[in-house]
Design a protein around this ligand. Structure first.
Ligand code: SAM
Length: 288
């Protein structure tokens, strides 16, 4: 099959006053599902790029910087995570990183749009890398907020790998959603969330941190850097009923990381600890 060469650029319109443009060298897929518009194109620097409603979701080139930090930080901090819940994550990258841990016995992935899963398998196979065939994975096609409200089995780690709080993703940034997540966590469980780029989306992080302050004894955020999430470092929300996991020292993290025998391109035990050191503008933002 030959794909049409595109002479155009995708201009991302996530922000009112700032846009990033990525050259489209070839367009592989462009279609509306009942939930959102899916588009996958090739870019010389980022490889294949997935956008939903015109917003960059993940790229082959830099997805590891996001998926590794949102998966390995809570799992290695917890130290004995057996059951993990992923909300969103339709491209499969998050489940892939979670299930690289042989110690994880079960991963439930709740994705609202089967179209994202289906075409990611076909057009972005490197992201899921076969994880959809892993017997430990239970893929549920549903709204993550509805699932969370009904679920009863506790999880050791809950990862919200959602779109931004627009469209179907909006419900995943509400107090009620976070309240259900807090109830679903096991005693030393950890909730981590995709919380955007604070310099560009300060309100999104503040809203989540306000909810976490009311729900968790240990709350805050840590940082990763993903070039295609433009505008500065990206915040990953952290909430837990105990500070024990976040205070795990670097030597213990290193021992766990080495025992997991996972080769990473971004995550290191040193970076795990350093990621919680926030620049003043972000610590001020989350403490307002
Ligand atoms: N890494 C990306 C980011 O940081 O923006 C997110 C990638 S992943 C593609 C986001 C997924 O969240 C999409 O597959 C989308 O369909 C899913 N999603 C959005 N709203 C949802 C909801 N209410 N319940 C479950 N999944 C949802």
């Amino acid at each position: 099959m030959t794909f049409p060469r595109s002479t155009g650029w995708t201009v991302e319109t996530l922000h009112d006053e700032y846009a990033q443009a990525l050259r489209e060298d070839a367009v592989f897929y462009d279609s509306e599902t009942e939930h959102q518009r899916l588009r996958v194109f090739e870019n010389g620097r980022f490889g294949r790029v997935l956008t939903l409603d015109g917003v960059v979701q993940t790229t082959e080139g830099d997805e590891f910087m996001y998926h590794e930090m949102l998966a390995h930080v809570p799992i290695l901090a917890h130290g004995a995570a057996r059951r993990v819940l992923v909300i969103g994550g339709g491209d499969g990258g998050m489940a892939r990183e979670v299930l690289r841990h042989a110690s994880v016995e079960h991963c439930t992935m709740v994705e609202i749009d089967a179209g994202v899963v289906d075409f990611s398998k076909e057009y972005l196979p490197a992201l899921s890398d076969g994880v959809f065939d892993d017997p430990r994975l239970d893929l549920v096609i549903a709204d993550g907020a509805a699932f969370m409200a009904e679920a009863h089995e506790p999880y050791d780690v809950i990862i919200v790998d959602s779109t931004d709080p627009i469209g179907p993703g909006e419900v995943l940034f509400t107090d009620s959603f976070y309240g259900h997540a807090a109830k679903l966590l096991s005693a030393e469980g950890i909730l981590v969330t995709q919380n955007g780029v604070p310099f560009m989306q300060p309100g999104e992080l503040q809203q989540t941190m306000r909810a976490f302050r009311a729900l968790f004894a240990d709350h805050g955020c840590y940082l990763t850097h993903v070039p295609s999430y433009a505008g500065g470092p990206m915040a990953l929300g952290w909430g837990s009923h105990s500070a024990k996991a976040r205070e795990t020292d670097e030597e213990v993290l290193r021992t766990r990381f080495e025992a997991a025998e996972i080769k990473t391109r971004y995550y290191t035990p040193e970076l795990h600890k350093a990621a919680f050191a926030l620049p003043r503008y972000i610590s001020d933002l989350i403490n307002e």
